[in-house]
Design a protein around this ligand. Structure first.
Ligand code: HEC
Length: 91
């Protein structure tokens, strides 16, 4: 699912300079670079703090630039927060 403006609102609470285009770039990098060695994990499978632990290691494995890693980080963390908050609303 391509990121939407709903997610930009979440991302802005973390990173002032986020725009929809940066989340979209993060999404396409994530789907392109992070499913090579294993199935793509769902961002909502891990909490924000867990992603902060996992991402530096995986970004090294994926041999991506710092800029690409940051775009992926912003997308994944935003999607994780978005998914987990929707899940909670349903309960
Ligand atoms: C070169 C292969 C490779 C690439 C590319 C790769 N991974 Fe992984 N990933 C692994 C391996 C191997 C594991 C198994 C656990 C470990 O080594 O920590 C793993 C495990 C994981 C896990 C589970 C971690 C846990 O502690 O439960 C997540 C989430 C993950 N990868 C996300 C990503 C993301 C996001 C990217 C893109 C930035 C990525 N991976 C790119 C090899 C890769």
């Amino acid at each position: 699912m391509i990121p939407s403006e709903n997610e930009v609102a979440i991302a802005k609470t973390r990173w002032n300079d986020v725009v929809l285009d940066s989340l979209k770039k993060g999404y396409s990098l994530y789907t392109g670079k992070c499913g090579r060695c294993h199935e793509l994990y769902k961002p909502g499978d891990y909490q924000e703090d867990e992603w902060e632990d996992i991402l530096p290691k995986m970004s090294r494995k994926a041999k991506i630039t710092k800029g690409e890693a940051e775009l992926i980080r912003r997308f994944v963390i935003t999607r994780s927060i978005f998914t987990i908050s929707k899940r909670k609303q349903k309960q």
